[in-house]
Write a protein that binds this ligand. Structure first.
Ligand code: ADP
Ligand code: MG
Length: 677
């Protein structure tokens, strides 16, 4: 293959396989394998100044003095080479590398790069990188992510060779973005500056160009997908009718401003020509369910069916129960379908669904099974959308003909980011909580407070309230964590709170058992629930007023906030206790944010800043591509600009097939799938 890694000197079949482990199959993959960081070799530090204080490697240059080889015992050699300049000297040392000695002779000029350490009052440099002569490859040295069997120098050499080859064959360079008026620098230079920049500024400028191209392409993809959706004929609903009027009239509360605004957005979408594609983001407890109920009522009164999919059995059941209350006495047939629906019941249910007599179907993944057929599905609502993969959501949509689609999430992200990031979705945000909600009092404490916390929990439970205790689950060692959780549970149950009934839920538990315990907690039969972080999103137990998060340092902000959302759902004052065992500066900062910030949107912003965008994608499971040069958080203004330009370019008209082909070349199969479903 023209673009094969094996074209590079020193890379055969075996090496090529090692590179493939890093996702590098071709020369252009290699050119896009950007450094993790750079070593600053842009200026030479004089030996008198080099004191190793910062612990960072430095570049020094001098003349070789004495060369000494020691053999303290058999099979061990220490090579010591003194390097001096006008200001001072350093002793370079190598252990068990006898062949190194031949490289040096007294009086030669050498450039060395390494960490300075002090030993016995002398400056030492252990195993530095050395080159003969004065520094020439000046600038910054790339540091790449590695895999077993490949060293830093292997990557550097390969990238240098790839750049050299690309000088002669520019078609080896990764393609620029699909269509933009922005092309500035010659492409080779951009890649050279990404790998071997002379200055920081040069590297950042190159990175921004590549980031822009990447973001532009991503936006093109999302907008194209959106256009495809938009090109479909949607179900045009009429103005609100009597069912909605009755539903509004019997709501047990007044909608908040955010809920009203969100439903207005939905109403406009559903009365429009194209299918709705809307995301409702609202903090835990902001009341998204009722908004979904209103949307579903609207589709029902227009003669269509609606579906609501939740990520867990318990949530589905809770939604079903809440819908039954909200629609009480109204002529709407609502049904529940989960993995646990009995065979016989399921059969009748599917028949009624197919006949159109069931109007709202609520359930879990069970909804997307092949034999679940709707007479006329007009609206699909996905709750806690980040918990579903792209394909699962699409599978449900495919059960109707271009149905309206509504996503709900309690993992909000800042609006500017959401708009650009979701590219293909409209976003409504519910920012306030229903009135009367008390702020969950949050305290970060250390281990020394444990007994006092237990006493406080006892007081709460004695008054008839319920508590959660969360212990962290770290994926690397589920077993160890499970043991820790079980041990804590046993202690609490037998030694600390023998007078209360306790339960334990964890990820290893069969779903049925887990649900049974959650139900007992929900009904009040269990007063203290010990859980690994599996506590179901969105579970509603208003009588639970305290959550103790043991090992709070192990959780991210978004997760802590989600967990905190388990309490404070009733009228009583609720508490969230964050028990942390160790306190790095970052941990303290994070827990302090939890104590002082109660708005999920504000916390989400802090979370993104603290943890970077890497987390974002796993979290949202939006099917977005991995970005190589761009950082969605840091580059949010580039993102906005790229989106604007992509819009203009699309309006001016493009060759869609060509663009789609280019996009799947850049982003690979998973993005293509996203674009095509
Ligand atoms: P989430 O957005 O987390 O899904 P829910 O829809 O479960 O929130 O609502 C949380 C609780 O708030 C529910 O018990 C619901 O009945 C109640 N609720 C929703 N909207 C309002 C409102 N406008 N006023 C008072 N209570 C409300
Ligand atoms: Mg919810």
């Amino acid at each position: 293959m023209e673009n094969s890694m094996q074209r590079l000197p020193g890379i055969g079949k075996q090496r090529a396989r090692l590179f493939a482990r890093l996702g590098i199959e071709t020369i252009s993959d290699l050119l896009q394998y950007f450094p993790r960081e750079y070593e600053d070799r842009s200026h030479v530090v004089s030996l008198g100044e080099a004191d190793g204080e910062a612990g960072l490697p430095v570049l020094v240059c001098g003349t070789v003095g004495t060369i000494q080889e020691l053999r303290p015992r058999r099979g061990m050699t220490i090579l010591k080479v003194v390097l001096r300049d006008e200001t001072g000297s350093v002793e370079m040392t190598w252990f068990n590398q006898p062949f190194k000695k031949k490289q040096f002779h007294t009086g030669m000029t050498v450039t060395a790069f390494g960490k300075i350490e002090w030993a016995y009052g002398r400056r030492q440099m252990n195993t530095p990188d050395v080159e003969e002569g004065r520094p020439h490859g000046n600038g910054f040295m790339p540091v790449y992510g590695l895999t077993d069997g490949l060293k830093q120098n292997d990557l550097r050499r390969a990238v240098r060779a790839a750049l050299a080859l690309a000088r002669q064959e520019p078609e080896l360079l990764p393609a620029p973005c699909v269509a933009t008026r922005h092309s500035v620098q010659p492409r080779l230079a951009v890649y050279e500056q990404m790998h071997f920049p002379v200055t920081r500024e040069e590297q950042e400028k190159a990175r921004q160009q590549l980031a822009y191209e990447e973001l532009f392409d991503m936006q093109m993809g999302l907008l194209l997908r959106r256009r495809k959706e938009g090109g479909r004929q949607g179900i045009k609903c009429g103005p609100n009718g009597s069912l909605l009027r009755q539903l509004f009239a019997q709501l047990p509360f007044q909608l908040t401003r955010g809920q009203t605004a969100a439903f207005l957005d939905i109403q406009n979408d559903m009365e429009g020509e194209v299918p709705m594609q809307r995301l409702i983001q609202g903090d835990v407890g902001s009341g998204k369910t009722v908004v979904a109920a209103l949307a579903l009522a609207k589709i029902v009164e227009n003669g269509y069916q609606g579906a609501l999919m939740a990520p867990t059995e318990i949530l589905a059941v809770q939604h079903y129960e809440e819908f039954c209350r909200l629609f009480h006495d109204l002529p709407v047939r609502i049904a529940l379908l989960t993995g646990r629906t009995g065979e016989k019941e399921r059969k009748t249910l599917l028949a009624e669904l197919d006949a159109g007599t069931i109007q709202i179907l609520i359930g879990t993944h069970a909804l997307i099974q092949a034999d679940v057929l709707f007479a006329d599905l007009g609206l699909v609502v996905t709750d806690e959308q980040h918990r579903f993969g792209v394909r699962q959501r699409a599978a449900l949509q495919d059960k109707g003909r271009s149905p309206h689609v509504l996503f709900m999430t309690a993992t909000p992200i800042p609006r500017t980011l959401a708009l650009s990031l979701y590219g293909d979705l409209d976003v409504s945000s519910i920012r306030e909580l229903p009135p009367g909600r008390k702020v969950v009092k949050t305290y970060a404490v250390g281990e020394s407070m444990r007994q006092r916390i237990y006493a406080f929990m006892r007081k709460n439970m004695a008054q008839g309230q319920q508590c959660y205790v969360v212990c962290p689950l770290v994926e690397e060692s589920e077993n160890v964590d499970l043991q820790a959780a079980t041990a804590l549970y046993d202690t609490l149950r037998t030694a600390v709170f023998p007078e209360f009934s306790c339960g334990l839920v964890h990820g290893r538990m069969p779903g049925k058992e887990k649900d049974a315990i959650m139900e007992q907690f929900s009904s009040g039969a269990i007063q203290l629930l010990v859980a690994t972080s599996v506590i179901e999103v969105g579970v509603n137990v208003p009588n639970a007023t305290l959550i103790l998060i043991d090992g709070a340092e192990r959780f991210g902000l978004a997760q802590l906030h989600q967990l905190r959302g388990r309490v404070g759902r009733g009228d009583l004052q609720a508490y969230c206790i964050l028990l942390a065992h160790q306190g790095s500066e970052e941990t303290r900062q994070r827990l302090h944010y939890m104590e002082t910030i109660h708005d999920g949107f504000a916390l989400a912003e802090k979370d993104l800043l603290l943890r970077g965008s890497g987390q974002l994608f796993g979290y949202l499971q939006h099917g977005l591509p991995d970005l190589k040069a761009a950082d969605i958080i840091r580059d949010v203004s580039l993102l906005a600009a790229a989106r604007d330009e992509a819009r203009q370019v699309l309006q001016a008209g493009v060759d869609e097939t060509h663009v789609l082909a280019a996009l799947s070349r850049r982003f690979g199969a998973s993005f293509e799938r996203l674009l095509n479903n």
